[in-house]
Design a protein around this ligand. Sequence first.
Ligand SMILES: NC(=O)c1ccc[n+]([C@@H]2O[C@H](COP(=O)([O-])OP(=O)(O)OC[C@H]3O[C@@H](n4cnc5c(N)ncnc54)[C@H](O)[C@@H]3O)[C@@H](O)[C@H]2O)c1
Length: 444
Amino acid sequence: MSNTKNPRPVEAKGKLGVLTPGMGAVASTFVAGVEAVRRGLAKPIGSITQMQTIRLGKRTEHRAPLIRDFVPLAPLADLEFGGWDIFEDNLYEAAKKAAVLEPVLVEALKAELSRVAPMKAVFDQAYVRNLSGPNVKKCATKMDAAESLMRDIETWKRAHGVDRIVMVWCGSTEVFHKPNAVHATVAAFEKGLKENHPDIAPSMIYAYAALKLGVPFANGAPNLSVDTPALLELAATTKTPICGKDFKTGQTLMKTIIAPGLKARMLGLNGWFSTNILGNRDGEVLDDPGSFKTKEESKLSVLDQILQPDLYPDLYKNFFHKVRIDYYPPRGDNKEGWDNIDIAGWLGYPMQIKVNFLCRDSILAAPIVLDLALFSDLAKRAGMHGIQEWLSFYFKSPMHAEGLYPEHDLFIQHMKLKNTLRHMMGETLITHLGLDYYEGEDAE
Ligand SMILES: NC(=O)c1ccc[n+]([C@@H]2O[C@H](COP(=O)([O-])OP(=O)(O)OC[C@H]3O[C@@H](n4cnc5c(N)ncnc54)[C@H](O)[C@@H]3O)[C@@H](O)[C@H]2O)c1
């Protein structure tokens, strides 16, 4: 199927501002990485927008341009960075404290990173119990806070000569909440903002401010933020792309790689035990049971959707799934995860897989921030709005339309992402159907 009716994305003209609420380990690693790539000090490994090619047309055509040469993405040279945090550290100081990158690289980028200082945050300790900081706005109501954020965005945009803006939530994980009446409509939400409703989280106030201004919003944490009916309604009204939730990095990335393979081979699953230790500020926040509950919900949902126990009760009914995260300061950002996977083969014979992943959390998350910023901006220029399910690839807990299930299988997500790009540019979608097996048909 080729796309003849959708308009092509308009060209990326001028600078793109990337604003991150939260300027900690992930945000500083992302910005430092882009600066290092711009200066030719390193390669953008892990970034689909920068490194991956896309096959176009039939295999015999040998057309496989880089994605960044195929769709009109903002070039790295045109990115400007800013954000908010409850601490006053600029990104140079934040990168030093996060200790993700080698000091020699951070020092080499000192001038660029020191220039990015946080604006005053909208914060409520009821939502992140283990943190408190001095760089916080004092507003009488949550609506005042939202209006203050909108002024920040407009002022920052003028001051940096930026044409377009995207927002990527890189703030701490907020405590677990289910949506309720105050999140049901824009009218109810705005009334709640004016009346300081306790169920409106800071991340929702950032999302509201972004959407009011038509700024695409991507949510890197598992908290609801933009994933409520009220903010979906606002995204539809202001024609703004949104996506979330929770960057898919270490253990869940591995889960969504391994589980589709087990299912493809019709191997059964009896249990999957996952445990992690990490010692960064994220780990400290997740030490609070409220924030951990949000993360746990996000991590647990993955296997059920991929394995479809309803369709395959003999293989996947009642498998035991447990996820643990423990805060262990000596490890810093260098997380270690262990998975014990109890699987079943022919005639039910049990086998085990052990995975020991020594990963670097923010190193895996940083290229996701870059890709989400560039793809969200592209979506906006292509006239797309609402939930961008084609970006599910990047999330542990992908947002999805009501009544549909989220797609967790990394390989289906990947195909959907690339086919969306092909569709956007009027190219034939790739189905991998080898029609040349049939006499008289062309190879795909
Ligand atoms: N690192 C990963 O691989 C990964 C993967 C998935 C999700 N995440 C999520 O991304 C987020 C950032 O992770 P990180 O490792 O950078 O954490 P971090 O603790 O280093 O940084 C988060 C920053 O957000 C700030 N913050 C908290 N509430 C805020 C608010 N209301 N407004 C502005 N700033 C606020 C904190 O002060 C902190 O500096 C976390 O929610 C984490 O769960 C990270």
